[in-house]
Design a protein around this ligand. Structure first.
Ligand code: C2E
Ligand code: MG
Ligand code: MG
Ligand code: MG
Length: 280
């Protein structure tokens, strides 16, 4: 039996398939010890607000896993496995608490970082105790709710049961909500109107097309226009070039994030970068 996998490529259910299944099982097994073995770390990527000039506006927390046996494993490989096994709930809560305590520490040191963004998985959103988890993470670190933004992937919002009602409760708590990877799902305007969100994060796949794909440019303009009419803020992710920056600024995008302004970095390196920026 053959499974069609892209153009002219057939993958057979041979030992290779078994091997990839074995690899996933191995990752799953090793990942379950990652927290207790201190193998996880949180990196921070700067977000910039685009006014007459770009000014730092916050940071996104991104988890990193370095295993002694495997080395650095990218989130794209282990997050889906953690979501499948359910371990993402524990992992996600660890990242949330880590990010909140880091922000509190920076603020206690007099560094005025207004907001931290943390990715929330569908599995976390489905947990009855998610509100309590978020509330206690804020409280234990003395953070005002609006200092925390939770990023939820567009497709997830439509897949999860009760996602909207949980998001409403989170929003009532005062935390900010953003739709991550926007444009890759199929949200309609009327659906978007129902969500208690403040921000749309335009997916990197559209930003990549700036300058040579008119379709991507049109989509970006349309998303920004739609966001503006719904009273939502926009963030473009994956901005790597000055040409992309110029296009986004001209199109009215409010914030940007990408290697152009900084890669995700360990907390101390991130802070050096933050302090090196002009204050106005
Ligand atoms: P995301 O939330 O959309 O995060 C943005 C990703 O784009 C990050 O990849 C970041 O390193 C990368 N990126 C940022 N700027 C640029 C750029 O200019 N060019 C390029 N090529 N890439 C850029 P990363 O850290 O590998 O994370 C991938 C995904 O894994 C994230 O996508 C998010 O969906 C997930 N993830 C990461 N950390 C967590 C976490 O703590 N919890 C959950 N649930 N998911 C996480
Ligand atoms: Mg994100
Ligand atoms: Mg994203
Ligand atoms: Mg993305």
């Amino acid at each position: 039996q053959a499974k069609k996998h892209g153009r002219n490529t057939y993958h057979f259910y041979t030992p290779e398939m078994t091997q990839s299944a074995r690899e996933r099982a191995q990752l799953d097994r090793l990942l379950r010890h990652a927290i207790t073995n201190n193998e996880l770390d949180v990196h921070y990527q700067i977000k910039m607000a685009l006014g007459s000039q770009a000014t730092p506006s916050g940071a996104e927390a991104l988890v990193r896993w370095t295993n002694p046996e495997l080395g650095a494993v990218p989130p794209a490989r282990f997050i889906p496995i953690a979501e499948e096994s359910g371990y993402i709930v524990e992992l996600g809560e660890w990242v949330l608490r880590q990010a909140c305590s880091q922000l509190a520490l920076w603020r206690a040191q007099g560094v005025d970082i207004p907001q931290i963004s943390v990715n929330l998985s569908v599995r976390q959103l489905e947990r009855a105790d998610i509100l309590e988890t978020v509330r206690s993470a804020l409280q234990e670190n003395g953070l005002a709710p609006e200092m925390l933004e939770l990023e939820i992937t567009e497709s997830v919002i439509m897949d999860a049961d009760d996602a909207i009602s949980v998001m409403k409760q989170l929003s009532e708590l005062g935390v900010r909500l953003a739709v991550d990877d926007f444009g890759t799902g199929y949200s309609s305007l009327s659906y978007l109107k129902l969500l208690p969100i403040q921000t749309l994060k335009i997916d990197r796949s559209f930003v990549v097309g700036i300058g040579d794909n008119g379709g991507d440019e049109s989509i970006i303009r349309a998303v920004i226009g739609m966001a503006q009419s719904l009273g939502l803020s926009t963030v473009a992710e994956g901005v790597e070039t000055l040409a992309q920056l110029a296009f986004l600024q001209q199109a009215g995008c409010e914030q940007i994030q990408g290697y152009l302004f900084g890669k995700p970095q360990p907390a101390d390196v991130f802070l050096e970068g933050w302090n090196a920026r002009p204050l106005t």
